[in-house]
Design a protein around this ligand. Structure first.
Ligand code: ZN
Length: 406
């Protein structure tokens, strides 16, 4: 079993009066959070919210219009924030130079804080059922405010799927952004894990530039996902970037930054759609096999010289990430295999020969058995074969070159 976690973002449509109520409530929540934060800071950071509860609950309940559930939520919110900060501190130890100018690392913890964590924005964490619930056949949301519960309509555009398919709704964060109100609802779902069987669908995926992905599957079908458009677009981005860089002005720098962001968003969207397409084609119980590209230098032969240095492998890793994320929701799995020789082995006779691959024509031609194939397809075929080996019990399948000695 795997527990999946997501955040469903829901837009709220409060009336004018309701908007004021939400605003008052989140301000009060913020005020109490800061009081609790100060107490935590002054009492050696007890990360146990029962302890805080014991010390502060009565006092806060008397002086605040927030209901008891919400006050409990405040405690949890504050503890969670301190824990996050502590985790960040653990990951970034303090570095300094000692008398011999040698760098020393020393671990830090919450006692290094010189003031309490400040909650700078109005916010509120709402617990399902006690503080918010869906009512009237899921057409409205009922929310706790300082006075009483109030109902309002909402829009879950894009998150509709989560309302049907067995997701559990957890704590929601009330968020006010650019004049609009939202609930960010934490949702979870238990799903069965991928189980290998002899019937499993195996999908070998070769990532590249000419083709973003070339796919070869258990039925022997090959699919090409064109990368030319992406490549053209990247070249265009590069041209604009050049022009801006040569200007060197402040506004040009700003434009450069925007351009980079736009380029990233565009690539991210492309990867999202590609991962989605692959998962919708193969569905449940599929084994998606990818090359493990950690520590691999990329073949950039297909790129113009100017783009080679700027070629960013993050796009490949992002596809892997998205595919992994989506596959697990349908009991499918992403398997990573060694990339060694996947573009050199002949899938028919097993010969590993670098010169079989002709980069200019994108053709693979086996000098021993005369097998011919498009070179991207060949990569995907070999990757798929490694997936088959894994299903047969080989833990780390890889193509090994055996040098003939006699
Ligand atoms: Zn061959």
């Amino acid at each position: 079993m795997t527990i999946l976690g997501r955040t469903a973002k829901v837009r709220l449509y409060p009336s004018e009066i309701q908007a004021i109520q939400l605003s008052d409530e989140s301000r009060e929540y913020q005020r109490l959070s800061n009081i609790v934060s100060e107490w935590v800071f002054n009492h050696d950071f007890p990360m146990n919210y029962l302890k805080i509860n014991h010390a502060l609950y009565k006092k806060l309940r008397q002086e605040s219009p927030l209901n008891s559930q919400m006050i409990q939520s405040v405690f949890r919110t504050v503890v969670a924030r301190y824990k996050t900060v502590l985790e960040q501190m653990r990951q970034h130890p303090f570095r300094y130079q000692d008398v011999d100018k040698k760098w020393v690392q020393t671990p830090i913890d919450l006692t290094w804080l010189f003031k309490p964590i400040h909650f700078s924005k109005p916010q509120a964490d709402l617990v399902r059922q006690s503080n918010y619930s869906f009512v009237n056949g899921m057409t409205e949301i009922s929310l706790t405010t300082l006075g009483k519960r109030t109902k309002m309509s909402f829009n879950s555009k894009g998150f509709g799927q989560y309302f049907q398919s067995g997701w559990k709704f957890g704590t929601a964060k009330l968020v006010h952004s650019q004049g609009k109100w939202y609930l960010h609802i934490g949702i979870t779902k238990e799903v069965a894990d991928f189980e290998p069987t002899s019937q499993s669908k195996i999908v070998g995926i070769d990532r590249g530039l000419r083709f973003l992905a070339t796919v070869h599957d258990h039925l022997g079908k090959t699919r090409f996902f064109d990368g030319k458009k992406a490549l053209r677009k990247r070249k265009k981005f590069l041209e604009t970037r050049r022009q801006l860089q040569s200007k060197g002005t402040k506004s040009a720098k700003k434009k450069l930054q925007q351009l980079a962001q736009r380029e990233n968003r565009w690539m991210t969207d492309l990867n999202h759609r590609l991962a989605k397409t692959l998962v919708s084609i193969y569905g449940s119980w599929a084994l998606f096999v990818l090359e493990d590209l950690t520590n691999v230098t990329f073949n950039t032969d297909d790129l113009p010289k100017a783009l080679r240095s700027s070629h960013r492998s993050w796009a490949f890793f992002q596809l892997e990430l998205f595919l992994t994320y989506k596959a697990v929701t349908v009991q499918s799995k992403v398997l990573k295999v060694s990339p060694a020789f996947t573009s050199q082995r002949c899938p028919q006779c097993g010969l590993i020969e670098k010169n079989n691959r002709h980069h200019e024509t994108h053709e693979y031609h086996c000098c021993r058995c005369q097998y011919r194939s498009n070179d991207d397809r060949l990569g995907a075929m070999n990757i798929k074969l490694l997936g088959e080996e894994w299903l047969c019990g080989v833990k780390h399948p890889q193509i090994k070159k055996i040098t003939a000695t006699g």
